[in-house]
Structures are given as structure tokens and as C-alpha cells.
Design a protein around this ligand. Sequence first.
Ligand SMILES: Cc1cc2nc3c(=O)[nH]c(=O)nc-3n(C[C@H](O)[C@H](O)[C@H](O)COP(=O)(O)OP(=O)(O)OC[C@H]3O[C@@H](n4cnc5c(N)ncnc54)[C@H](O)[C@@H]3O)c2cc1C
Length: 442
Amino acid sequence: MSQLDSGAVAKSRVAIIGGGVCGLACAVSLQQAGFEVQVFEATTAYGQVGAGIGLGPNAVRALEAMGILEPLLQRLPQGNHFVKGFLFYCGLRDHQLVYDYPAAPELPNVNMQRAAFLEALSSQLLDLHSINFGKRCMSVTESSTNSGALNIYFTDGTTHIADVVLGADGIKSTIRNFIVNSGASMGGAAVQRSRRAVFSNTVYYRGMVPYSALLAAGFKTPMSDRPACFVGPNKHIVFIAIKPRDLVMVSASSTNYNVPLGTESLPEESTWVDDVPRDELQKDFDGWGPDVSILLGLMPEKVSRWSLRVVHPPLENYTRGRVALLGDAAHGMLPHLGAGAGQGLEDALLLVRLLKRPETNRDNLPAVLQTYSDVRRPRAQAVWEVSDRAGRVYDFHGPHGSTPEGLREDLEDICAPIWHYDLDRDLESAIEMLRANGSFAH
Ligand SMILES: Cc1cc2nc3c(=O)[nH]c(=O)nc-3n(C[C@H](O)[C@H](O)[C@H](O)COP(=O)(O)OP(=O)(O)OC[C@H]3O[C@@H](n4cnc5c(N)ncnc54)[C@H](O)[C@@H]3O)c2cc1C
């Protein structure tokens, strides 16, 4: 029996707000399961350039379980897409190797340009007209006239009606207001928009450096196709050589540990990414070792600076009624373990699996979404915390301090709880809970 024949929730109109990594993955998978899905994306098109995105073993398995991995892999160059491990060097003085996070040839890992990833996902949509660009959602309300329906309002003055709304609108989520301000009216006020998205006290400087110029300047730290990281007090620098393109991708992180998370504010409407002179970055890393000076000295004259925000304190719920959050909208975290998108993909997988269950129907839909939230919140929050801890360890604020032995102790297996997660168990737990509370028949 197909989902549409089952009389289940597949006849519902699903609106996904945000066509980023998680929204698109969810849309493709739901469409393939027979759902009527519309995606509303604020930008007018996907950019052609953009940073790379790395998907760890759990994220790759989630894509596979959603049936959308293969077309992505076809777009990647032939090669070995497995965990290559991370090399940690001291950022100060002689740049000694402090820890070699071992490669794991048995664990899949995919790295690709974000724009290419989004393009590959959107090409899998069964209905190409189901992605609506240039549609910035302002608010969502429960219809007072049409029971169970949700009205979605856009900044261009248009509206859309849906039975289920999935908020995949990223860290600056508008849909989060509907969840956080439970019971309160939605106005789209700026102050509400920022709710729970706080400045992480971390800025990220990003840029590319020519690989050959680095070698010519006497850079001595070994470079391979493995990502590497200079660690040091309050800061670290992640770098990876993309040799075929003669480039090294550099992300330099600098954190103010003197202020508690959530107390340092940025102007509400300030841009989160701006260009700053290279001098600012060099000053920030003043006194670091010779290879750091070479690396940063070769960065472009203007580097892009990201003021990273995170969801904090954690949401008490990812859902309200027939509206649910996924991805960064629910649990935006620091990028220190490259785990954020993976958590959103795990969310998407559980949502899709639950929505397409034959037992799911319009009446029990709020209970199904509530169970999704109950299962996903502890997992995503645990990954949020380990990502935060990783940054502290790189920045010499780890529990075992800054000696090579202490760093090794803190870094060993730090990714294991993220990578070795049983995705099927999420579904089993959710079904057990839904049966226990009577939403699903035994
Ligand atoms: C520097 C950096 C490096 C990272 N590296 C990695 C990595 O290697 N691996 C990894 O797993 N994660 C990484 N992350 C985290 C990852 O980028 C996020 O977790 C992931 O993009 C979240 O996906 P999402 O779909 O939830 O949100 P997003 O990717 O932010 O997508 C949200 C979408 O919603 C749209 N939108 C926003 N508001 C509205 C609105 N009101 N109406 C309609 N549309 C709207 C946006 O335009 C956007 O397209 C990194 C993050 C940063 C900052």
C-alpha cells in the first residue's frame, strides 16, 4: 500500500521554511514518500561559491537512509570518501604535533562545496516547482477559521496555507518564534527574531591561501589531504590543502572566554559576516609561531569575519502543534567538529520516517511531532555540547589543560559519540513512546 493510499498524513500539505541543507534533504525525501511539499527559501537563488561542508559518518548514513546519498556521490570526484582524521599542531613556537586523530577507512565522510551540495539535492526534487525562491517567511499562525491549518506570511505580502510547517530556516529562524513564544502573538519584531540565537563569543576568519606561495615562504608544517589545526590559547586555526586547486582553506577561530555565553550582544540587525583587513586577524594571532605568521600573512587583504551565533539556552521543545523545527533553527551549534548539518540531517531522517508511518494521521500528528522533539532534543544537545567542548580543548580550556598529554586525553575519540550513533534506534524509541501514550496502536 502506498503512503497516499494508506489514508495517512501523506495527503497533508507540508510547507518547509528554508531551503538549506536540512530543509532540502527533508523535502526531497518527503516528496519521494508521496508528500505534497512546498519549500520557501528567502534567497533568490543558491550562490555559486561558498564554503565547503564536511559530512561525518552519521550524516552520510542519514542521507543514505533517506535515499538521497547516491546522486550526491555521483557529483564527487572519484576517490576515497572516508574519515581521514585530523592533525593537531601547537600553534606556538615549534608547531609540534600534539595529536593525530586517526583516519578511519571504514567510516564514510563526504566533503563538498555547499552550493554544489544544495544543487545536487534540489535536482532530486520530484517537482522542480516546489521550491519557491525569494520567499522570506515573516510569521506563521494557526488559522482561526480552518481547523488544523496554518497560515504562513511572507515579506512580499503573500500567504500560504499548510497542514504541517517545518522550520528549517537556520540559526536566525523566524519559525522558532512560533515555538519559543508559545501562546504569544507573532509580530515578526526584530527582538523576537533573535530569540535564543546568541553571539557565541567566537569569531571565525576565513580565507584561501595559495599552496605554492605557502611553501615558497618557508611553511614547514606538513600538509596533506588531511585537515589540520593549530591549537593555542583562546584561538585555533583549521587549515586544509586543496592541492589540485593550489589552495589552502583557512578558518581561524578566536574566542573571548571572559564573558559568559549569551551576555555579549551584537547589534540586532548587524551583519553576521563582514570583511575586515588582514591586519586585524594578524594582530589577533600576534605572538604565535612562525608558520602561523606565514599562513596569516598570505591571507587575502580583506578576510571574511563570521560572528558565530548559537542557539542558547537550549530549546525546551522543537515543536508546537503542527509546526516543528529542524537543523540550526532548533540547535545551531559551534562548527568546531563540523557536526551541525549532520544533526539537522538526523532530524530530517526521523521526521520523514515518522511522517510516513502508516499509523501517522492528521489527528495524532501533533503527538508524532512532539515525540520527534522528545527523541531528538537530548541527542542534538549532546552534540551541541561536545562541539562546544572541542573548541575549548583546541583553545587550551579543556578539562586536562594545555600540555600535549592533556590535549591528547581530551581529543582522543572526541568524535566517537557523534559518528557512532544508532539512527534506527531514534525511530524505535519514537514508536515505543507513541505506542505507550496511545498515539499509535500496539
Ligand atoms: C564556518 C562554518 C563551518 C561549518 N562547517 C560545517 C561542516 O563542515 N559540517 C557540518 O555538518 N556543519 C558545518 N557547519 C554547520 C552547518 O553549516 C549548519 O549546521 C547547517 O548549514 C544547518 O543547515 P540548516 O538547513 O538547518 O540551515 P541553513 O543551512 O542555515 O539554511 C537555512 C536556510 O533558510 C533560509 N532562510 C532563513 N530565514 C528564512 C525565512 N525567514 N524564510 C525563508 N527562508 C529562510 C536561508 O536563506 C537558508 O537557505 C558549519 C557552520 C559554520 C558557520
